[in-house]
Design a protein around this ligand. Structure first.
Ligand code: DCP
Ligand code: MG
Length: 414
């Protein structure tokens, strides 16, 4: 049932997508092996003993209690109390309690680096997508007959050398491989051969397709389109008239047609992180704390990538879905976390008292490697305001996200 005719001069690529299972939780277990097999929640903006922050990830044992990414820690605690509290509270069941840890992005980045090293030795081309996922082009390294064993080998090497579990999907293209890596998590390994792609995709819910956020999913469902199979048998032009070019992409991906090449990631134009509040908040301290945590993570990432930046910016999404960005340009490129903190604090001030849905921090105008760092002595910090404000349409579920998983509460913007 090949979606395409056997290509003239093109041969089916063998593409793998690897995504670590409950990544931050797996990292925490590396340095605290007693957490193995325990319900474990890793919180962003969480401080031990408090109810602050949001769930970055939860171990599969914790997910069984209904804890999930982007949930408020306070809500997670209702479903899964802390072990320490359950031990002394006669009303709580110790069997139904778990462990909570705050995020430590620099540590997770270092684990991620170790995983990447293994991926790079096993594939000619690797495209890193996020801290815990990457696409590999395996065409030159294996065959369809041997790829299952090959992929299992990669999983084993990651587990042996790094100690975390990867789920891997293999397919003739990127979008199908991504769905395959998710299909049997945790510890999944799913190979979708070229002649199986359409049957594999048919039952997949539209939400699981790349580029479909909650808004698009709702619209599709209102049209009676619930699965990739429904999309594949819809009229292509109807989808285009409804969703524009994205409609065409959706249709093609649902049919397993995706001719993007796995390309190594070039140098980024900007580095950013964003994070959504579970509920809209007007608590300025909470907003400030979240923004400063993001600022620290972004600055750290820039340092690690050897990037100097000339522009520091913030983004605030206010209800209904207005995206406000403010940025300040510096006289020269720097790598200066303290300055990022200061500028971000400054830029944020004007939003004191605003109701906020989501926040983000970005450094841009990047220079890499040996570029000399500017000395900004005497830079007053008040000049160079380049604030701009944009309002996006409510269908903003995919607008700012260049890569999959645009719905993450902590994802990259741009
Ligand atoms: N993350 C986050 N906030 C979210 C989603 C994810 O901070 N809303 C972070 C924590 C995750 C990491 O990114 O560990 C990787 O994201 P994944 O979506 O791959 O989630 P996990 O690896 O945690 O779980 P899974 O086993 O489903 O891949
Ligand atoms: Mg993962």
């Amino acid at each position: 049932m090949g979606a395409r005719l056997p290509g003239i001069g093109t041969r089916e690529r063998i593409v793998a997508h690897a995504d670590m299972d409950c990544f931050y939780a797996s990292c925490e277990r590396l340095r605290e092996p007693a957490l193995e097999d325990e319900p474990l929640v890793v919180g962003m903006g969480y401080e031990p003993g408090t109810t602050n922050g949001a769930v970055a990830t939860a171990s599969y044992e914790a997910r069984a209690f209904g804890v999930e990414s982007a949930q408020a820690i306070s809500e997670a605690l209702e479903r899964l109390p802390r072990k320490r509290e359950a031990a002394i509270d006669p009303d709580l069941d110790i069997e139904r309690s778990g462990f909570y840890r705050p995020v430590d992005i620099p540590f997770y980045e270092s684990v991620s680096e170790d995983v990447r090293e293994i991926l790079h030795t096993n594939a000619a081309v690797v495209r890193e997508v996020s801290i815990d996922e990457a696409y590999l082009d395996l065409t030159e390294r294996t065959t369809w007959d041997e790829v299952e064993a090959f992929a299992r080998g990669i999983k084993e090497r990651i587990l042996e050398a790094v100690g975390v579990v990867a789920s891997v999907g293999v397919a003739p293209n990127m979008s199908t491989a991504k769905i395959a890596s998710d299909a049997e998590k945790p510890d999944g390994l799913v190979v979708v051969r070229p002649d199986e792609v359409r049957d594999f995709l048919a039952p997949v819910p539209v939400e699981d397709l790349h580029g479909v956020g909650p808004v698009t999913a709702r619209t599709l469902r209102e049209r009676g389109i619930e699965t990739a199979g429904d999309l594949a048998s819809a009229e292509r032009y109807t989808l285009i008239s409804e969703f524009g070019e994205r409609g065409a992409d959706l249709y093609d991906r649902a049919r397993g047609e995706d001719d993007r090449e796995v390309r190594p990631k070039g140098r980024p134009k900007s580095l950013s992180r964003e994070s959504a509040f579970t509920e809209v908040t007007a608590d300025y301290e909470e907003v400030q704390e979240r923004v400063l945590t993001l600022a620290e993570a972004v600055a750290e990432r820039a340092t690690r990538k050897d990037a100097l930046y000339r522009t520091i910016g913030i983004k605030l999404v206010t209800p209904p879905f207005d995206v406000n960005t403010r940025a300040r340009s510096l006289p020269g490129p720097v790598d200066d976390p303290a300055l990022v903190d200061r500028v971000v604090r400054d830029l944020l001030e004007e939003f004191e008292g605003e109701r906020v849905r989501k926040v983000g921090v970005r450094v841009s105008n990047l220079e890499f490697g040996s570029a000399p760092q500017s000395s900004l002595d005497g830079w007053a910090g008040a000049n160079g305001e380049t604030g701009d404000s944009t309002v996006l349409s409510p269908a903003g579920d995919t607008t700012e996200s260049a890569e999959p998983s645009g719905q993450a509460s902590l994802s990259e913007f741009e």
